[in-house]
Design a protein around this ligand. Structure first.
Ligand code: ZN
Ligand code: ZN
Length: 424
């Protein structure tokens, strides 16, 4: 990837790498689900150098006294869209304006403690690179580019009255979707998104709420197409994430080798067991349906969408229970591009059915595993990125501390830099 945009790969965008010692803190270990006091953490530049029980020699490093507060890894949201307004049915906006707006959306995510975000469609390598080069202050991004969808699938944003053919209909506008039908076209679409810098491939494997022409139960893409999509992604050393709700839809994705199931609200026991056996991850996004249910029309959802949401919302909590009981690894997603301030409500909704430690793991270590950044993200240990948040209190006992807009996070560090400091 590093050959891209070479003209902009200049060190004058990079701030100097400070050394910092964080002292007097309780370290939250997401793997053990435990708080341990008495630790100190030394960071240098973007990296955590040392984690030990006291005795780190500060030298010329800046000392930050956390006065007994909790230090934990920065949160990871595996399903958001920083370009919210590109979703179907929204008034079209120029890409420049969308990107400007996205910079604000990203700041909001950071202030809620999300130091890494997997964008599930819309954001591209340019957005990712702008964050890496500090042109935008935002979470570390893992991008898909555009979502690959069949004609009439969840990523086809045309209205039933729109008779323009792809690619003119969906490619020229800043849409989240790109249409590809048949094995040669889907192979080409994956290759093209990878050419443009996608970290992973996103596809629509079933109906959705926002789209108008496809019922939730529709099974999108043939088996041959699904196999081809996964094959192309794998050969490019990446993986596929699939939007899909129903048990049958999920089973088809698991059989094809899709790595993460996005939403998955309507899975049953058999499907959960199949996912566990195959090592397929589930990334639920429950706050999205709560938001649509409570505020759908204001968020631009149509009558058709509102009719679809009840069934999905009711099944959401049950899908979490089924997946957890079967031993499916669960990641943390939110999918609230139109109301990003509801992002952290996901913690509270999940807390109704799962223990806090498990939910915190889903937004840290398990999320890092999904992103194939184990040891770098989602943990506080030597060699990991210095993406960390400080919490007033113990989130393992009270997940409300991670909710809201970051009110209970007095310090937020990303890439070793302090982006928020309200310790005093
Ligand atoms: Zn989706
Ligand atoms: Zn989404």
């Amino acid at each position: 990837m590093e050959h891209r945009l070479n003209c902009l790969d200049r060190t004058d965008f990079e701030a100097p790498a400070p050394r910092r010692v964080l002292r007097n803190l309780a370290l939250l270990d997401p793997i053990a689900g435990r708080l341990d006091s008495g630790y100190e953490v030394l960071t240098e530049g973007q990296t955590i150098l040392e984690v030990s029980k006291g005795g780190i020699r500060a030298g010329d490093a800046e000392v930050v006294d956390l006065r007994g507060r909790t230090l934990m890894p920065g949160l990871i949201d595996l399903h958001q869209h920083i370009l919210g307004e590109t979703l179907p049915m929204y008034p079209r906006m120029l890409p420049s304006l969308l990107t400007a707006r996205a910079s604000r959306v990203m700041l909001g995510m950071l202030s809620r403690g999300f130091t890494t975000v997997r964008d599930a469609g819309g954001a591209d390598y340019g957005h990712k690179r702008a964050v890496e080069l500090d042109m935008f202050t935002g979470p570390r991004l893992f991008v898909c580019g555009r979502v690959i969808s069949q004609t009439g699938g969840h990523g086809d944003s045309r209205s039933p009255a729109d008779m323009r053919e792809p690619p003119m209909c969906c490619v020229q506008f800043p849409g989240v979707g790109r249409i590809a039908d048949g094995v040669p076209e889907v192979r080409k679409a994956v290759r093209d998104e990878i050419r443009m810098g996608a970290d992973q491939i996103k596809l629509m494997a079933g109906g959705g709420i926002a789209s108008q022409s496809d019922p939730i139960d529709s099974l999108q893409y043939s088996t041959e197409e699904l196999d081809a999509l996964v094959d192309e992604a794998r050969r490019a050393n990446t993986y596929v994430m699939a939007h899909v709700y129903t048990a049958q839809g999920v089973q088809r994705c698991v059989a094809a080798g899709v790595r993460t199931i996005e939403h998955g609200n309507l899975i049953d026991e058999e499907t959960a067991r199949m996912m566990a056996r195959a090592g397929t991850y589930l990334v639920p996004t429950l706050t999205a349906y709560q938001a649509i249910k409570e505020d759908g029309p204001n968020l631009g959802f149509s009558e058709i969408s509102m009719q679809k949401v009840d069934r999905i919302l009711e099944a959401g909590a049950r899908s979490l229970e089924l997946a957890a009981a079967a031993g499916v690894k669960i990641g943390f997603g939110t999918d609230v591009p139109r109301c990003p301030e509801r992002q952290s409500d996901e913690f509270l909704i999940r807390a109704q059915v799962l223990p806090a430690a498990e939910i915190i793991r889903s937004a840290t270590v398990t999320a890092a595993e999904i992103l194939r950044h184990e040891g770098k993200l989602g943990v506080i240990r030597p060699g990991a990125y210095a993406d960390m948040i400080v919490v007033n209190g113990n989130p393992l006992e009270d997940l409300r501390l991670l909710a809201g807009q970051g009110e209970n996070m007095p310090l937020i560090m990303a890439k070793g830099r302090v982006l928020k400091n309200a310790l005093d």
